[in-house]
Design a binder for this molecule. Structure first.
Ligand code: ACO
Ligand code: PYR
Length: 538
């Protein structure tokens, strides 16, 4: 189909060349299944001539019976001055059992001289022999013309000769690579258009992101006639990464009218992006286009007011098309619309005419001015709203706490907390040791509450973050503590602020325990009301 573009995913090969990305065979197999379900056409699983892990991957991936994607193994052209049939790297591709091979060869005369240190003629022969050998072995061959754009800019005749060798040897695809990621979209478009005129085989693009143009260059190549895009999930890859398929695919499909994957598969893009980031243990930027947590998050009061009237006012597409969702944040930049949406999520009766709206907004703004941050502390915000609207039962009140940290030479540090709280009219006085002051406070507080609230045993702190702010004014420096707490079903976040780190921690901890005890609403699990959240009629 003229308007269809094949997606070639190289997360498992070029993606793992990114700093910090390391995938086990199990990880690669799990990701391969997700990519297959997403509908990509090719999955480049690794380089069998490089390491045993990749050999094992190709062995085991056969058992997965992928429904859609073709698995391809990567390698280079034969080494100089050897025969293709004797080349261990090419033979490992055959032994891997794949039906598709992807090999790269040199297009840039400078690289031929400097990197592989051979003659221009020998490089042409390396390309021809290697592609021919794989074709004679019955494989589909994708030829990656490494550094094609730099090569073409330096010596267009030679760059074209290299890909003509691949064409003559029967390559099924010729993929032009912006290996150093230094080209601009205009250059890419012009050169791809020229190659499409010159070469009979279908053309692909493999762009790196060194100028933050990996996606733009891929789109420019497609506009100029390329019909395969190579890239990675979340843009992982060597140096600054590869073209990010999580942006390439929706742009091609939703903006440029090309067909890549089915609409239902596109709607799985966000979960796949997050899954891969989890498995790769790579932090996902909140502002990542299309799939990031903040890609459709609205913070400014003006924006929220407008999206309630029509989501298109501040959303370029309906988030559901890529499996993401609209979010509304509450902060000092909020107006009444933000709080109304939040209150609706919490099923609180809180409409525009409620006289308390203004005072709650003022309270949020005042606390944010003091250093609170409710964006990352949904549970503290919920407590604040509930307190303002419904009044909250006092599950406990603090009378005092004391912390003792003792370090003797040659012995481990011992931390002990003593807590005095009033619970149901009775003063509870407990002490506990912990591996640090916050842990000791947490254990002592839960010990005090246990006789009245035995379920508190299932509640645990899972994350603790401290941030110092007002650094310039050191005498008044404050700390903000964010605590994440979880029980068997869900997790929630609370915030505390003080000039004293222990007091800030206590504030966040007390909120987290109050939230656990006051029958929280589990915001994440609640069904939202589409009409009010502006999710309809995009
Ligand atoms: C643009 C890209 O992303 S290309 C992919 C880059 N990825 C990787 O390199 C990851 C996997 N690599 C590896 O495991 C190893 O580098 C191996 C197994 C491939 C090779 O290891 P070694 O034999 O130890 O060589 P080394 O790592 O130094 O690689 C350079 C060799 O490859 C040769 N080479 C580089 N590109 C090519 C090519 N397109 N065709 C043929 N040979 C090539 C070089 O000439 C050099 O060989 P020489 O020393 O005989 O001249
Ligand atoms: C082939 C490849 O990974 C590149 O040229 O960047």
């Amino acid at each position: 189909m003229a308007n269809s573009v094949k997606i070639f995913d190289t997360t498992l090969r070029d993606g793992t060349q990114g700093e910090g990305v390391s995938l086990s065979v199990e990880d690669k197999l799990k990701i391969a299944q997700k990519l297959d379900a997403l509908g990509v056409h090719y999955i480049e699983g690794g380089w069998p001539g490089s390491n045993g892990k990749d050999i094992e991957f190709f062995h085991r991936v056969k058992e997965l019976k992928l429904a859609h994607a073709k698995v391809t193994a990567f390698g280079s052209t034969r080494r100089k001055d050897t025969k293709a049939e004797d080349d261990p790297n090419l033979n490992k591709i055959l032994e891997s059992g794949v039906k598709v091979a992807t090999i790269f060869g040199k297009s840039w005369d400078f690289h031929v001289h400097k990197a592989i240190q051979t003659t221009l003629e020998e490089n042409l022969a390396m390309i021809y022999d290697s592609v021919r050998f794989l074709k004679n072995s019955g494989l589909e061959v994708i030829y990656d013309a490494e550094h094609f754009f730099d090569g073409y800019k330096n010596n267009p005749d030679y760059a074209l000769q290299t890909i003509r060798q691949a064409e003559a040897a029967g390559a099924d695809w010729i993929v032009l690579c912006d290996t150093n990621g230094g080209s601009l979209p205009g250059e890419i478009g012009d050169i791809v258009a020229e190659v499409v005129r010159e070469v009979s085989r279908p053309i692909g693009i493999h762009a790196h992101n060194d100028c933050e143009l990996g996606v733009a260059n891929s789109l420019a190549a497609v506009a100029a006639g390329a019909r395969q895009v190579q890239g990675t999930i979340n843009g992982y890859g060597e140096r600054c990464g590869n073209a990010n398929l999580c942006s390439v695919i929706p742009n091609l499909q939703l903006k440029m009218g090309f067909s890549c994957i089915a609409d239902e598969q596109l709607a799985a893009l966000t979960p796949v992006a997050r899954y891969v980031s989890e498995i790769a243990n790579m932090h996902m930027p909140v502002g990542q286009p299309f799939v990031g947590n903040a890609a459709f998050a609205h913070k400014g009061g003006i924006h929220v007011s407008a999206i309630l009237r029509h989501p298109k006012t501040y959303e370029h597409i309906a988030p559901e098309l890529v499996g993401n969702k609209q979010r509304v944040l509450v902060s000092e930049l909020a107006g009444q619309s933000n709080l109304i949406v939040k209150a609706e999520e919490l099923k609180l009766d809180f409409d525009k005419n409620n006289p308390k709206v203004k005072s709650v907004i003022e309270r949020v703004k005042e606390l944010e001015h003091q250093g609170y941050q409710f964006e990352g502390a949904d549970a503290s915000l919920e407590l604040l709203l509930r307190e303002a609207l419904e009044g909250l039962e006092e599950v406990f009140t603090l009378e005092s706490f004391k912390i003792i940290v003792e370090k003797s030479a040659g012995r481990a540090v011992v931390t002990e907390a003593i807590v005095k709280v009033k619970v149901h009219g009775e003063t509870m006085f407990t002490a506990a040791e912990g591996n640090g002051p916050v842990n000791a406070l947490d254990v002592a507080l839960r010990k005090a509450l246990m006789p009245y609230y035995p379920d508190i045993q299932q509640v645990h702190l899972t994350d603790y973050k401290v941030r110092v702010f007002d650094e310039k004014d050191t005498t008044a420096a404050k700390v903000r503590v964010l605590i994440e707490t979880a029980d068997l079903e869900t997790s929630w976040n609370t915030v505390g602020v003080s000039e004293n780190i222990i007091e800030a921690s206590w504030n966040a901890l007390a909120d987290s325990i109050r939230y656990a005890l006051i029958g929280r609403t589990r915001v994440e699990h609640k069904e939202q009301q589409p009409e009010r959240l502006g999710l309809v009629n995009h």
